[in-house]
Design a protein around this ligand. Structure first.
Ligand code: UDP
Ligand code: MG
Length: 315
């Protein structure tokens, strides 16, 4: 199997037949074998029934995974990736906002040696204030914090080489950070402009609450990327910083006592210094506990702390 499309589906009954036609138009001329893994994320409309009919008509290409209830887009994408057999995996939305016609162009970019081809909706067809603007701000922030500069993290349409995408698990709403994780395992990324269409059927599944989630996710991602194998550097670093403040206060108090004869206990500075000392000490202890956790994390899953691109003369 060469190519797997992975598509999360939640209440998209009207879009699915058209999506299916668009995929055929885009891929029928492909020489290699391809499949579409559609994950029904506990849809409440007739999506599953439509998928069953499509799968019956096209047993060669269509695979369907159906969740017992709605687990969210990230879980649906993760399940699709788990069931995909292709050496190339292309993610896209089911709502016809992404255009399967872009896929051959993305495949040719992978052939040029990239591991991730990231779609960028240059002419985005969503409402500006509630969707495009917050998304632009989020893209800037994510690029800055993670150091992976992309214009459009929110665009699902992206193509991945299998090795770039299967080395990590996705939690919560983390699907938009897949390129960041891919980058962290050494993937080469390129951005390409892709088509975007307004939503024709059904409704968008997200509102403004997504902004808060993205910001919280970004904290997690940054922490995992930078400190997941060395948490003591973060907690211990903070702890040493706080203890230094405590020490500086104590020295200040001592100098005042010795040279100016001002009582150490006459101001709250001594108590504040003690408080900083305890805080700093706690933070270092927290770092040590995090170090224990990290060992469990890596060793329970035999997760190596490195990724290898190639081996020469090694079996
Ligand atoms: N989706 C899903 N589970 C959910 C919400 C959404 O599988 O709980 C799917 C949805 O069917 C669509 C894709 O995720 O294929 C993106 O959803 P939507 O178009 O609402 O999001 P946006 O375009 O705003 O990113
Ligand atoms: Mg959409």
């Amino acid at each position: 199997m060469y190519l797997s499309l992975v598509i999360p589906v939640y209440n998209e009954e009207e879009s699915l037949p058209l999506l299916f036609d668009a995929i055929h138009n885009a891929l029928d001329s492909l020489q290699e074998k391809w499949e579409v893994v559609l994950v029904d994320d506990g849809s409440k409309d007739q999506s599953l029934k439509v998928l069953e009919e499509l799968a019956e008509k096209d047993t060669e290409h269509i695979r369907v995974v159906s969740f017992r209830r709605n687990f969210g887009q990230t879980a649906a994408m993760a399940a699709g990736i788990d069931h995909a057999k292709g050496e190339i995996i292309v993610l896209l939305d089911a709502d016809l906002q992404n255009d399967p016609a872009d896929i051959p162009m993305m495949l040719s970019k992978l052939d040029e040696g990239y591991d991730v081809v990231s779609g960028w909706r240059i002419k985005r067809k969503d409402t500006f204030i509630t969707r495009t603007l917050p998304s632009n701000m989020a893209n800037g922030l994510i690029s800055r914090v993670t150091g992976v500069e992309l214009h459009d993290y929110g665009c699902t349409l992206k193509a991945y080489r299998r090795e770039a995408i299967t080395g990590f698990r996705l939690y919560g709403e983390m699907h938009r950070f897949i390129p960041v994780f891919a980058h962290s395992v050494g993937a080469k990324i390129i951005e390409v402009p892709v088509n975007h269409h307004p939503r024709q059927f059904g409704e968008a599944k997200y509102g403004l609450e997504r902004i808060v989630k993205v910001i919280l996710d970004l904290f997690t991602v940054k922490f995992l990327l930078t400190y997941s194998s060395k948490p003591i550097y973060l907690f211990g670093g903070a702890g040493i910083g706080i203890i230094s403040i405590s020490a500086a206060l104590l020295i200040f108090l001592a100098i005042r006592r010795i040279f100016f004869n001002i009582s150490v206990f006459g101001s709250p500075l001594f108590q504040i210094s003690a408080m900083f000392f305890i805080l700093g000490f706690q933070s270092i202890l927290m770092g040590l506990i995090a170090e224990l956790q990290v060992r469990t994390y890596h060793e329970s899953q035999r997760k190596p702390t490195y990724t290898v691109r190639k081996k020469i003369n090694i079996e």
